[in-house]
Design a protein around this ligand. Structure first.
Ligand code: HEM
Ligand code: MYR
Length: 413
């Protein structure tokens, strides 16, 4: 398509709001072009998908993040000044902080042990009661991740609600969005003060903790993070960890649909739990797409992408692309037992190389948490009362409407 025709394409921000996760895949099915051309937030945009497109998108010579993420997304989900918004050396040095805190067997096990202990303790209090899995898991994860990160929290309930709100409200205007902004402002103020207190010696950060790592981190310019940016990055560890409650709730949904999968999960073979975790991340909708801006005039499979164009990578669409996945709309963990996932095919948390690009540094943590929690859920006995188990694809981010209510929960001895 020539650039002269682009202004004729209507802005699709409203279509995105109305259609949600199906917006880009639908547009792709309706075109024979190798990319979708659209407009978003008043700007020309293209959307790509597929493993080769992943490599093209994550090449810093092609796409940068600076100025690409919309203000409303930063004021809720990621935070202004976050690692998500950096490029080049600034990004690599900040990313190293996250990788050092979140990857490696010891770091992952430290977090998982605390979350698993918090789950086991919580389950005792669920006995015989009606509980909402989403809410309970958000508190379990908040307790575990804060303990692990060296952040003291007396009452995890309000914090869990704020962390969930930041994720829940990033993409839609209205009350959910304002709740998310207020939640972020509250948490940034609290954590910014904590960082200052650690620096003045009125609070302590446990040796080797996330809190200590962030307080001491020096950026590419050799400077410590200012308290606000430090708070933003602390939140970029604890918020997404708590967001794993989306997938644990989806696990409840999946086990309801496929009770035949339960026995294998409760057995001793961890390969089943890992395959189940991958299928949860592939099948269920969470992150819709990621985006950046074309650094220079680009070309993708013969199609021009002028400098400055928003370039989107359709994560949800790629995870359901029939060219990559047999029966993409069937929940089938076995597919990952037969063949482990390729890094640029399964991209629920972004793609490419996590050390050089923006791929999520929390993938190992996410998989390890699901590997620990989903078999624990599968081992519980509970009833599933009548409730709204729909997952509306036009809500962004979506979730199981009821939060997955469980009755008469019992932990078999
Ligand atoms: C980046 C999704 C869990 C920390 C991302 C990105 C996505 C994503 C889509 C952006 C990739 C890109 O920009 O190309 C998810 C999902 C999760 C999850 C769906 C499941 C709940 C985690 C966890 C952590 C984490 C557990 C840390 C404990 C981060 C950070 C970035 C990031 C710091 C920014 C990386 C960068 O810009 O270089 N994640 N994530 N995420 N994620 Fe996650
Ligand atoms: C987290 O809390 O970080 C985990 C949930 C991540 C959802 C990621 C959604 C990415 C949205 C990017 C919008 C880009 C628009 C150009």
């Amino acid at each position: 398509m020539t650039s002269g025709r682009r202004p004729l394409i209507a802005d699709s921000s409203l279509a995105l709001l109305a259609k949600g996760y199906t917006w880009l895949p639908d547009r792709r099915r309706r075109t024979t072009a190798p990319l979708v051309r659209t407009r978003l937030m008043g700007q020309p945009a293209v959307a790509l998908h597929g493993p080769e497109a992943v490599r093209f998108f994550y090449d810093e010579r092609h796409v940068e993040r600076r100025s690409a993420l919309p203000g409303p997304v930063l004021s809720t989900l990621f935070g202004h000044g976050a690692v998500h918004t950096l490029d080049g050396a600034d990004h690599r040095v900040r990313k190293e902080l996250f990788l050092s805190l979140l990857t490696g067997a010891e770091a992952v096990a430290g977090l998982v042990d605390r979350v698993a202990a918090a789950w086991d303790e919580a389950v005792e209090s669920w006995s015989g009661r009606r509980v909402v899995l989403f809410d309970e898991t958000s508190r379990v994860l908040t307790r575990g991740v804060c303990q692990w990160a060296g952040i003291v929290v007396e009452d995890v309930g309000p914090l869990a609600r704020d962390l969930v709100a930041m994720v829940d409200g990033f993409a839609t205007p209205g009350p959910r969005h304002w709740r998310a902004r207020r939640a972020r402002a509250r948490c940034e103020t609290w954590l910014g003060r904590l960082v200052e207190d650690v620096r003045t010696g009125t609070a302590t950060a446990p040796a080797g903790s996330v809190l200590e790592g962030v307080v001491r981190h020096r950026d590419a310019d050799g400077r410590l993070l200012d308290p606000h940016t430090a708070a933003v990055e602390l939140l970029n560890v604890i918020r997404p960890t708590v967001a794993v409650c989306w997938f644990v709730t989806y696990a409840g949904h999946a086990l309801r649909l496929r009770p035949d999968l339960r026995d294998r999960l409760t057995g001793d073979d961890p390969a089943h739990a890992v395959a189940f975790a991958h299928e949860l991340r592939r099948f269920y909708p969470f992150a819709p797409f990621v985006g950046g801006r074309a650094v220079t005039d680009l070309e993708w499979r013969g199609e021009p992408i002028p400098a400055g164009t928003l370039v989107l990578l359709d994560l949800y669409g790629q995870n359901h692309d029939p060219a990559l996945w047999a029966r993409p709309y069937a929940f089938e963990p076995r597919r990952f037992l037969e063949r482990p996932p390729e890094g640029d095919e399964l991209i629920p948390q972004g793609g490419g190389d996590r050390t050089t690009g923006h791929r999520c540094p929390g993938e190992d943590v996410t998989i390890a948490l699901l590997r620990a929690l989903v078999p624990r859920l599968a081992r519980l006995e509970y009833e599933v009362p009548d409730q709204d188990l729909r997952i509306p694809l036009n809500r962004m981010p979506t979730r199981v409407r009821s939060g997955f209510v469980m009755d008469a929960v019992r932990s078999p001895a």
